[in-house]
Write a protein that binds this ligand. Structure first.
Ligand code: XLS
Ligand code: NI
Ligand code: NI
Length: 439
């Protein structure tokens, strides 16, 4: 059965092509910075936004035209979606996918039935993976949608809900392992709170850490060697999400002795919701050795929520790829399009246009970033800017050789040398030049 009859596999046709169903910049086998674009970018499809998002918003009903969703039977529909998803990924040349348990199989009447359903669908996914060579970047559980999670999952005030969340994570880790997933993600869905009038934050955070330690132990027990990831987000659904941003998560991991076991999954739209740039969040993760993977999307700066749009802002992708290359590439991570088509882009072919736009923007971002690094544009500038720490006084400071008394003696004797310009606008001009002129 073919679902996207009007589309052949999307191919690279180059920047001059007028073919709307072709890549202009993403050339999978082209070598950039020593690796093929395919291996540098490790694109992934988000199962939820691509195949379960139906266009509902708080003011309106579903809009998406999805001819394959015709079956009345929930399991039949889920199986059909697996086939469509793999045809889509093959045609769009997306080598990985990411999923929540709840995306792939309908919940059953109880945990036991839900798990049985998951096993059936996982079997179908495995066959498709074998047929296509497409791999699993990460799995996760949805422990936020169901009403039992109204007060949170690992941070619920209700211990039986904590147990249920643990059971869901256990199963989701097992199926992620079964599918060869390279990572497992924890996004703190409702791990946060609305008011301190009813909340014991100390206990909630301790419990969240307990849950994560249990996950680390269980991964070891079943031999799951994927990278565990935490995905920061400052708000939505709760007012105060515990995993606010990269720095908050790092402090949490350090306090609870989890730093060795977790890295971060950084989402562009979550960064801007936290009043940071995407680049800032990647940078903070990188310098702490915690850059794991990326949820590639973009928000709308005029709107205060997670709009999860496809990334088309070239500045953001250049600067994101710049941080990623400085980190030595994505390693086990990838670029997961945690992005959805707008509600009014309801035609099934919009899925292709949106992924092509996102993949091309990141491919171009990769090339520009690689060139900026090759030419040492910003790195050479930075090296000179901090040169005073390479010798004499500065070297004594970074070698931890001197203290306040020696520094005072130095200041009394020498005063300070003249500062030099930070040249921000000059650097921004050069960045523009690279974006516009890189071949
Ligand atoms: C929601 C998150 C979510 C995670 C996976 O805002 O981005 O989609 O990526 O649970
Ligand atoms: Ni995300
Ligand atoms: Ni998000």
């Amino acid at each position: 059965m073919t679902y996207f009859k009007d589309v052949e596999q999307i191919k690279y046709k180059g920047p001059k092509s007028k073919n709307l169903l072709a890549f202009k910049y993403y050339n999978p086998e082209e070598i950039v910075n020593g690796k093929s674009m395919k291996d540098q970018l490790r694109f992934a499809m988000s199962y939820w936004h691509t195949f379960t998002f139906m266009g509902v918003d708080p003011f309106g009903s579903p809009t998406m035209d999805r001819p394959w969703d015709s079956s009345e039977d929930a399991m039949e529909k889920a199986i059909e979606r697996v086939h469509v998803a793999f045809e889509f990924m093959e045609k769009a040349q997306i080598p990985f996918f990411c999923f929540h348990d709840a995306d792939i199989a309908p919940r059953g009447k109880d945990l036991e039935e839900t798990n049985k359903r998951l096993d059936i669908i996982v079997g179908v996914i495995k066959e498709e993976m074998k047929r296509t060579g497409i791999k699993c970047l990460w799995g996760t559980t949805n422990a936020f949608g169901d009403d039992k999670f109204v007060h949170g999952a690992g941070t619920s005030c209700n211990a039986t809900v904590f147990a249920y969340a643990a059971a869901q994570i256990k199963k989701a880790m097992e199926i992620t392992k079964e599918l060869g997933g390279e990572n497992y993600v924890f996004w703190g869905g409702r791990e946060g709170y609305e008011t301190l009038l009813n909340t014991n934050t100390g206990l909630e955070l301790d419990n969240l850490a307990r849950l994560l330690h249990m996950a680390v132990d269980y991964a070891k027990e079943i031999g799951f060697d994927g990278q565990l990831l935490i995905e920061p987000k400052p708000k939505e659904p709760t007012k105060h999400q515990y995993d606010f941003d990269v720095s908050t998560v790092l402090a949490f991991l350090r306090k609870y002795d989890l730093m060795d076991h977790f890295k971060l999954n950084i989402e562009a739209n979550h960064a801007t919701l936290a009043q940071h740039t995407f680049q800032h969040e990647l940078n903070m993760a990188r310098i702490n050795g915690a850059l794991g993977s990326v949820d590639a999307n973009q928000g709308d700066l005029l709107l205060g929520w997670d709009t999860d749009q496809f990334p088309t802002n070239i500045y953001d992708t250049v600067l994101a790829m710049y941080e990623i290359l400085l980190d030595g590439g994505l390693k086990k991570g990838g670029l997961n399009f945690d992005s959805k088509v707008r509600r009014a882009s309801f035609d099934e072919y919009d899925l292709f246009y949106s992924y092509i736009a996102g993949m091309d923007t990141f491919a171009r971002g990769l090339k520009v970033a690689a060139k900026l690094l090759d030419d040492g544009v910003f790195e050479d500038f930075k090296a000179k800017r901090y040169a005073s720490y390479n010798e004499g006084l500065g070297k004594d400071i970074v070698d931890n050789k001197i203290g306040f008394k020696e520094l005072e003696a130095y200041a009394l004797e020498h005063g300070v040398t003249k500062n030099t310009s930070g040249r921000q606008e000059m650097l921004e001009g050069i960045l523009n030049q690279y974006i516009m002129e890189t071949e």
